[in-house]
Design a protein around this ligand. Structure first.
Ligand code: DAH
Length: 338
C-alpha cells in the first residue's frame, strides 16, 4: 500500500480553506470516510505482511487523528452553522444560448423596405462588383469627369484597367433595373458599397446604401419631396421634417441634398447637427435625360426621380451609435443590444 495517498499537508490546506460547515462535512467524508484513501489503506492492512502492519496502521491512525483535529479547529473558527433556509433558486433558463437576430443595419434595411413597399415600391438588388459602365458611364459620369474623383473607387484587378470595381454607390442598380424592364418603375435598392475612405467616426470603407428610383409619366420634383418626407417621418417619427437644398450629381438634374430636422435637439441646434438644426441624409434629384438615353428610355415620354443615402446613418441617428465601425466590429455586446 502506498502511504503517499495520505497527504496530510494537502488535507490540512483544504480544511483551512473551507468557509462553511457543510464544506467541512464533505471534507471529512472525502478524507477519512468510507471509500477514502485512509479507509482503503486501513482495509488493506489485513493483506500485508505481519511486519508491515503496525507501521501502516500507525500511519493511518495518525493521519485520521490529525485530520479530525484540523476539522475541529476549523469548525471552531467558522462558528455554528447558519440556520438552514430553503436554498435560493438561481437556476438560469434551460434553453441554452440565446437565439441570434438580425443585425441592426439589416433591421433598418427591412424597416425602410417595408415603408417603401407600402408605397408601392419593389425591392431590387445588384452586384457589388460592378463595371465602369453601370457605376459611372451610364450614370452620366463620362471618362475623366471630375465627379469620378469624388468617389474614391476601389478597382478590381480584372480585365482592362479601371473597368471592374467595387461599386461606390447603389446607383448602378438603377441602370440595371432600367435596362431590364420598361417603365413604370418604382423600386428601392439596398446593398453594400465600398470606398477607399479614410476611416473616421462617420466613414468606413465598407458601408451600406439604399437607393430609390421612380420612373413614370408625369413625375415631378414635388413627388420626390413628398416621398422623402413620407419615409423620413415613417422612420424617425412625425415631428421630423425634411428639406431639400440645391446640389449636384451627374445623374440627376436638378439635384438636391436632403436633410432632416435634428433628432437630438429637435432642430434647436446641438453638437451633432453642428448647431444648424439639420442633419444631412443623402442625395436626390430628377433623373437626368442622359441617363434615360443611356438605357433607352425616351426622356420626352418619361420623367423620374432618384435618391440614395447611407443606411448606417439611420440607426446611428436613431440610437446615437458612433463610430460607424461599431456596426462592423461584430462585438456581441453591441449586437445583442438591438
Ligand atoms: N449615389 C450618390 C452617392 O453615393 C447618392 C445619390 C445622390 C443617389 C442622388 C441618388 C441621387 O439616387 O439621385 O453619393
Amino acid at each position: 500500500m502506498d502511504l503517499s495517498d495520505l497527504d496530510l499537508d494537502a488535507a490540512v490546506a483544504a480544511i483551512t480553506a473551507a468557509t462553511e460547515a457543510g464544506e467541512l462535512a464533505d471534507l471529512r467524508k472525502r478524507l477519512v470516510g468510507k471509500g477514502s484513501p485512509a479507509f482503503r489503506t486501513r482495509e488493506s492492512i489485513k493483506t500485508l505482511d505481519a511486519a508491515d502492519r503496525p507501521v501502516v496502521g500507525k500511519a493511518v491512525t495518525d493521519f485520521t487523528k490529525a485530520v479530525e483535529a484540523a476539522l475541529e479547529v476549523r469548525a471552531g473558527e467558522l462558528g455554528p452553522a447558519a440556520p438552514t433556509e430553503p436554498p435560493l433558486d438561481l437556476t438560469l433558463g434551460t434553453h441554452g444560448r440565446g437565439r441570434g437576430h438580425l443585425h441592426l443595419v439589416t433591421q433598418c434595411q427591412r424597416e425602410l423596405e417595408d415603408v417603401f413597399v407600402s408605397l408601392g415600391y419593389r425591392v431590387a438588388e445588384g452586384p457589388e462588383v460592378e463595371d465602369d459602365w453601370h457605376n459611372f458611364e451610364a450614370l452620366n459620369f463620362p471618362p475623366g469627369h471630375p465627379a469620378r474623383a469624388m468617389q474614391d473607387t476601389l478597382y478590381v484587378d480584372l480585365g482592362d484597367p479601371e473597368q471592374v470595381l467595387l461599386r461606390t454607390h447603389t446607383s448602378p442598380v438603377q441602370i440595371r433595373l432600367m435596362e431590364s424592364q420598361p417603365p413604370p418603375i418604382y423600386a428601392v435598392m439596398p446593398g453594400r458599397t465600398y470606398r477607399n475612405e479614410t476611416v473616421d467616426a462617420r466613414h468606413s470603407a465598407v458601408f451600406h446604401q439604399i437607393e430609390g428610383l421612380a420612373v413614370d409619366r408625369g413625375l415631378t420634383f414635388g413627388d420626390l419631396a413628398g416621398t422623402l418626407e413620407t419615409f423620413t417621418s415613417a422612420y424617425f417619427g412625425k415631428k421630423v421634417t425634411s428639406r431639400l437644398l440645391p446640389s449636384f450629381f451627374p445623374f440627376t438634374e436638378p439635384s438636391a441634398e436632403f436633410a432632416i430636422t435634428c433628432v437630438f435637439c429637435d432642430a434647436a441646434g446641438c453638437r451633432v447637427c453642428s448647431q444648424t438644426g439639420w442633419i444631412e441624409l443623402g442625395g436626390c434629384g430628377m433623373v437626368d435625360p442622359n441617363v434615360f438615353l443611356a438605357v433607352g428610355i425616351d426622356p420626352e415620354e418619361y420623367t423620374g426621380f432618384a435618391f440614395g443615402f447611407g443606411l448606417e446613418r439611420m440607426p446611428m441617428l436613431r440610437y446615437g451609435v458612433e463610430p460607424i465601425k461599431t456596426f462592423f466590429d461584430n462585438d456581441s455586446r453591441f449586437l445583442s443590444r438591438y
